[in-house]
Design a protein around this ligand. Structure first.
Ligand SMILES: [Zn+2]
Length: 280
């Protein structure tokens, strides 16, 4: 490795054992149909991620090599075609064993301050760390959650990309070949429609409401705000594009231009998907 120590920090990397890489990543939805060449690039990018980010566990949790690979690979699928520099400017990944409930002050619409301690699966700080519940990180490979496309790492790292423009608002810095007007139109119309569907479900009886929420193309949490809609739509884009694209094709198209990937097209070359086993 001639002169590796002279490299800029963003070109450093920490080798991942190929067998461990395969074992840790094989079952994830976003790996379906990923060409071998892209898989190799994802591994190389993850190696750079591991060299530039520092992991720490809370409550005595040891964030071992496999756990670090899992986080790195899920984070790096977002920037496979964009480059690791999209994650520059911060370095900490904090991992809790399970969901965490930080005490926060929030100000309501009337200006009244409340203390909250809602349980969280993950959190991304502007210019600061990404915080994750490992129990939730592991759910991405869980059979039941796979169907829902739940992926807390993709979610929080989508916020990180969004935060390159300041507070997350669902409008990350777009590429020169993209039209901000088309982005805004696609997301605003889908967000309106989605919120209306969630509101309609909330008015149903409990059993019927659950069925209506289960039928949504992405997690109802997306209705929280435009920023959350972008993060949850990014989970859907990589994990369950076969549900996102038919529901909101204009959003899928904007995400395809932004991430410079086409996960739905990749599914066509995935033998399991073609056999219908993963159809949801
Ligand atoms: Zn979020």
């Amino acid at each position: 490795m001639p002169g590796w120590f002279r490299s800029r920090p963003s070109t450093r990397s920490r080798a991942i054992d190929p067998a461990l890489w395969r074992e840790a990543t094989a079952d994830w939805l976003f790996m379906r149909g990923l060409p071998e060449e892209s898989n190799e690039r994802l591994k190389a990018l993850s190696e750079r991620f591991l060299a530039t980010k520092h992991f720490s566990g809370t409550h005595g949790l040891e964030v071992d090599a496999r756990m670090q690979i899992e986080v790195a690979a899920q984070a790096c699928i977002l920037v496979l075609e964009l480059g690791i520099d999209w994650y520059e400017g911060w370095s900490e990944v904090i991992v809790y064993p399970s969901q965490f409930a930080p005490e926060r002050e929030v100000v309501d619409e009337a200006g009244v301050v409340h203390l909250t301690n809602d349980a969280m699966a993950g959190e991304a700080w502007l210019g600061g760390p990404v915080v994750l519940s490992y129990e939730d990180v592991a759910l991405a490979g869980d059979e039941e959650m796979r169907v829902a496309g739940y992926n807390v790492v993709i979610h929080e790292f989508a916020h990180k990309l969004d935060m390159r423009h300041g507070d997350p608002n669902g409008f990350p810095p777009l590429h020169a070949n993209m039209d901000p007007g088309l982005w805004k139109a696609a997301f605003a119309s889908a967000y309106r429609d989605f919120c209306a569907r969630v509101d309609a479900a909330d008015r149903l009886t409990e059993a019927r409401a659950q069925a209506a929420l289960d039928a949504l193309p992405i997690d109802p949490y997306a209705a929280e705000s435009a920023g959350e809609f972008f993060a949850v739509a990014s989970e859907g884009f990589f994990e369950t594009p076969e549900r996102l694209e038919p529901a909101y094709p204009a959003v899928y198209e904007q995400l395809r231009l932004f991430y410079q990937q086409d996960p739905l097209a990749r599914l066509g070359s995935d033998p399991e998907f073609r056999a219908g086993e993963n159809r949801v």
